[in-house]
Design a protein around this ligand. Structure first.
Ligand SMILES: [Zn+2]
Ligand SMILES: [Zn+2]
Ligand SMILES: [Zn+2]
Length: 147
């Protein structure tokens, strides 16, 4: 699990009660370290104890709404979910493999996005900035060069 994030504290800080299901969903997302699709999250959470798909989706909506997790759009496989930036995790771009659908977190320094200027000059309010880089992951690239 992530050494730095206390999921119970994160839920409490957002004004949410720590229910067992919320905690399980948050743990799966936080501990994996890469964004997961809703289906993956449901499958992983349900590995230990069966859980209703709708329950998981509702929790994902709630956690995203409270900015605990962030919803990342993929090219064609629906939303992926990762921990939202918090005091332990700086905002960072994501890499999405258009062949296998894997999403990875890139380091914050890998592609610096400075939205400060935009935030200061944009006439509305910017809630979040999502940066997604698309291409082939190294496994897919290897397979491609073999065939
Ligand atoms: Zn963490
Ligand atoms: Zn791939
Ligand atoms: Zn990430």
């Amino acid at each position: 699990m992530c050494q730095d994030c206390d999921y119970h504290k994160i839920l409490t800080a957002a004004g949410l009660e720590t229910t067992r299901n919320r905690l399980r969903v948050l743990e799966v997302i936080g501990d994996r370290g890469v964004p997961l699709s809703a289906g993956d999250i449901h499958a992983t959470v349900g590995r230990h104890r069966p859980i209703n798909r709708v329950t998981v989706y509702r929790i994902l909506d709630l956690l995203a709404e409270k900015n605990i997790i962030e919803r990342l759009s993929s090219f064609k496989r629906g939303s992926y979910y990762g921990l939202a930036p918090n005091e332990n995790h700086a905002p960072h771009p994501h890499f999405y493999c258009t062949s296998c659908g894997r999403m990875d977190c890139l380091s914050p320094e890998s592609l610096a996005v400075n939205s400060e200027h935009l935030r200061n000059t944009f006439p509305g309010e910017i809630e979040r900035v999502e940066v997604r880089v698309e291409g082939l992951c190294k496994n897919c690239l290897k397979q491609k060069s073999r065939s």
